[in-house]
Design a binder for this molecule. Structure first.
Ligand code: GTP
Ligand code: MG
Length: 340
């Protein structure tokens, strides 16, 4: 996972480490020189005024990196991040934070330069993610039924994710129904039916070509009447550039008043992922993000950028095609996956 990004980060880390070592040995030479000079001076001083004490010489090797030391590596790193699909604004933020974490800090290179650079990087990455959102706390606290709408472009994993979340909710003791708001694509009804059958959940649906807002509205009414805790509303995949389909989800929002709107995108998405996240957010004011397919060999940039760009928390990541393959998002864990 994130191999590409990991490689680039490792290169940066080892370059900064080398630089630190180089500086440490330069400073050592300087100090040796100074020591010789100092001895001479001391002898002179002794001759001049006996008993006068020389200043204590500090032998412990500590290095302070300055801007000039790290700037070239930070520039290189910024380019590497961009090539890994990290958005420009996000790359800049990471690099700035890294710089402030590294420059002017005292590093005892022999002991901890490697650890130090890693820690600086970890902090810089963690800083990029908005604060966490606990999905199950939200479910616990909110009045039922809770209406959750899933939106995103084609094929990113919305329908599969809904089935996974329905199972996860069941494990926590909450009931849910699946609402088929994808009345657009041939085969969508059968697909959701199949998931419903596999995980033993009721599917609310209309005929193909029907009004998705009406389906989800029905699902909410059904849930009110039957004490179902959560409505998981699927929608058809749509390009963020398709004005009519974007208007359709605005209408779904207006009519069904979701409690939570989740933008699903795949971690394998390239640099345009940020653009579509922005468009969906502008259209319906997304509340949270789910990143699917982080098990695939991904560059990782989109994963880092989406959430930061629209300033919405990631709540889950999809880790495979099975119903159990979903994990609550945790920044420390996620950043660990990128760095370790
Ligand atoms: N490896 C992997 N595959 C996934 C994951 N989530 C979904 N998929 C696969 O991605 C493909 C598309 O999933 P769907 O759930 O149909 O995607 P969708 O967004 O509903 O697609 P549309 O309704 O056509 O827009 C399926 O083959 C899923 O099995 C994941 O976390 N990891
Ligand atoms: Mg679907």
């Amino acid at each position: 996972m994130f191999d590409n990004l990991k490689k680039k980060i490792n290169i940066f880390e080892s370059k900064v480490k080398e630089k630190t070592q180089e500086k440490a040995s330069e400073e050592k030479e300087d100090k040796e020189k100074t020591q010789e000079q100092k001895q001479e001076q001391e002898q002179e001083q002794e001759r001049a005024s006996l008993g006068q004490k020389a200043k204590k010489f500090v032998t412990e090797r500590k290095v302070f990196l300055d801007e000039d030391d790290v700037e070239p590596y930070l520039e290189e790193l910024k380019l590497s991040l961009l090539k890994s699909d990290v958005a420009l604004e996000v790359s800049e933020k990471i690099v700035e934070k890294l710089e402030s974490n590294l420059v002017g800090e005292e590093i005892k290179w022999r002991e901890n330069s490697e650890k130090y650079v890693k820690k600086a990087f970890k902090e810089a990455l963690i800083d990029v993610f908005p604060s966490e959102f606990n999905f199950f706390d939200f479910i616990e606290e909110k009045d039922k039924p809770i209406n959750i709408l899933f939106v995103g472009t084609n094929g990113v994993g919305k329908t599969t994710t809904i089935a996974k979340i329905s199972k996860a909710l069941e494990e926590k003791g909450y009931s849910s129904v699946l609402a088929n708001g994808d009345t657009f694509r041939a085969g969508a009804i059968q697909q959701l039916d199949k998931h419903g059958e596999n995980i033993d959940k009721k599917v609310i649906k209309h005929e193909k070509g029907g009004d998705p807002a009406a389906v989800i509205y029905d699902a909410v009414e059904y849930s009110e009447a039957n004490n179902v805790d959560v409505v998981l509303g699927d929608t058809a995949g749509r390009m963020h550039t398709d004005v009519n389909l974007m208007d359709q989800i605005k209408k779904i929002k207006r009519v069904t008043k979701p409690d939570l709107i989740v933008f699903v995108d795949e971690a394998v998405a390239g640099s345009d992922a940020v653009e579509r996240a922005k468009e969906f957010d502008e259209a319906v004011d997304v509340d949270a993000v789910i990143l699917s397919k982080i098990d695939a060999d991904v560059k990782g940039g989109a994963a880092i950028s989406i959430s930061h760009t629209i300033e919405k928390p990631i709540i889950f990541v999809g880790t495979g095609q099975g119903y159990e393959d979903i994990k609550e998002f945790n920044t420390d864990w996620f950043v660990g996956q990128i760095l370790e």
